[in-house]
Design a protein around this ligand. Structure first.
Ligand code: ADP
Ligand code: MG
Length: 398
């Protein structure tokens, strides 16, 4: 589960990591007011930032430094009125509903610091770079040696000496070295405590020296957190941060019916039971030169209503030019799927070709049900096996 920056920075602040003061707002008028109060408290520069579940905001023009409440109002009006498009968004971009208005800090250097799971090494890892900021993806792609990776101990987590070494490697010395070490240790502890899968600060900023802090100071000006869905049951306060408006509506709707559905770019709608079978169904469609419109796992115990809902979701996607049903009935009974197909034909209507491959529990009963409904579902074809099914559906949509 992803959360917004304004929520993530609060978690960091709660963990004792310094973040510049800021407020979340949902209108340009409130953005102006929030900016007024930051300027009123002595701030010289304010930043207005779109709050969406995607990065690359800086380059997309959705992070703006402003010098007056009026400029904050203008920046907010632009962001709330335009969709944000970045390499991390869908091509049509994302609607911006919320903004963060925060105090801008002076920047001497920008670092990248994150804790995440390194699947290849099968361990949690600290990732850091002296070249943080909006170009980090480019740095990672072209100069992997500019990225520091420190594996975390499975039980003890990040050791203080490891954090200190990493901060040294970033080029920090003196008080900022101590502060950055502390930030990394707190980040690693929070990662573990909250069952996160990613906690990222990019950039972690070194502010220039002042009379009060001659060596400069460390501040986290961007924050990104992702959590392990399977652990949310033990983090109620995190689960409450879920923002449904940032999710794909069809995927949310499916989840409410206990269906795992992920929308994709192709044109063949898939209805399958079991995640593994769904993956291989997508593979075989690709092997036959077509591409799936979705991943949909109805699971082992979905009711007839849930399966009917699955058809409704697939058929309401205008990209879908054909539907492939691939069921291997173990716990799932094929006759339940067959009844749902007949039901969906009546309530939703199949206007596109439908190929059905059923095997396993109650398959004879299922075939009988479909055979009896054949005249009412003329676009339906029965497949003898998975290869035959993929072949039929790819030819039907070609
Ligand atoms: P994104 O990662 O989505 O591009 P960031 O929050 O990292 O968004 O903002 C992009 C850049 O804007 C940062 O690298 C930093 O240079 C600048 N910036 C962001 N927040 C602040 C802030 N509070 N003060 C000063 N500069 C900021
Ligand atoms: Mg950033």
């Amino acid at each position: 589960m992803k959360i917004h920056e304004f929520q993530a920075r609060q978690l960091l602040a709660d963990a004792g990591i310094p973040v510049p003061p800021g407020t979340m707002v949902t209108s340009a008028a409130d953005a102006r007011r929030a900016a007024e109060s930051i300027f009123g408290a002595g701030g010289r520069l304010v930043v207005v930032k779109a709050q969406v579940h995607a990065g690359g905001r800086g380059k997309a023009g959705f992070v703006k430094l402003v010098k007056s409440p009026e400029e904050a109002f203008e920046a907010a009006t632009f962001m709330l009125g335009n969709r944000m498009v970045s390499p991390q968004t869908p091509p049509e971009g994302l609607e911006v509903r919320r903004l963060l208005v925060a105090e801008a800090v002076d920047i001497e250097r920008e670092f990248y610091v994150a804790i995440t799971v390194d699947r290849a090494r099968r361990t949690n890892t600290l990732i850091a770079s002296a070249e943080g900021g909006v170009e980090i993806e480019h740095v990672a792609a072209t100069r992997p040696d500019a990225i520091i990776r420190v594996p975390l101990h499975p039980v003890d987590g990040l050791a203080p000496f490891q954090a200190r070494d990493a901060a040294m490697a970033l080029g920090l010395r003196g008080k900022p070295l101590v502060q950055a070490t502390d930030v990394m240790l707190r980040l690693a502890a929070t990662f573990r405590k909250l069952d996160a899968s990613l906690l990222e600060i990019n950039p972690l900023v070194l502010m220039p020296g002042t009379a009060e802090h001659p060596q400069g100071r460390i501040s986290a000006v961007d924050a990104k957190c992702t959590f392990d869905d399977n652990a949310l049951f033990r983090h109620k306060s995190i689960a409450e941060l879920f923002d449904p408006s940032e999710e794909n509506p069809a995927e949310l709707h499916a989840a409410e019916h206990g269906l795992s559905y992920v929308a994709l770019d192709g044109n063949i709608g898939c209805l399958v039971n079991g995640a593994g079978l769904a993956m291989s169904t997508m593979d075989i469609i690709s092997l036959h030169g077509a591409s799936p419109a979705n991943f949909l796992d109805v699971g082992g115990s979905a009711s007839e209503e849930a399966v009917a809902e699955a058809f409704r979701i697939i058929l309401s996607d205008s990209k879908v030019k054909g539907v492939l049903v691939n069921i291997f009935g173990g716990i799932m009974q094929c006759d339940r799927i067959a009844r749902a197909i007949v039901g969906a034909a009546e309530t939703v209507g199949f206007k596109v070709p439908l190929v059905v491959r059923l095997e396993g529990t109650n398959v004879d009963e299922a075939r009988r049900i479909l055979e009896a409904a054949r005249e009412r579902i003329p676009m339906m074809q029965a497949a003898t096996d998975l290869t035959d099914a993929a072949d039929r559906i790819t030819r039907a949509v070609a």
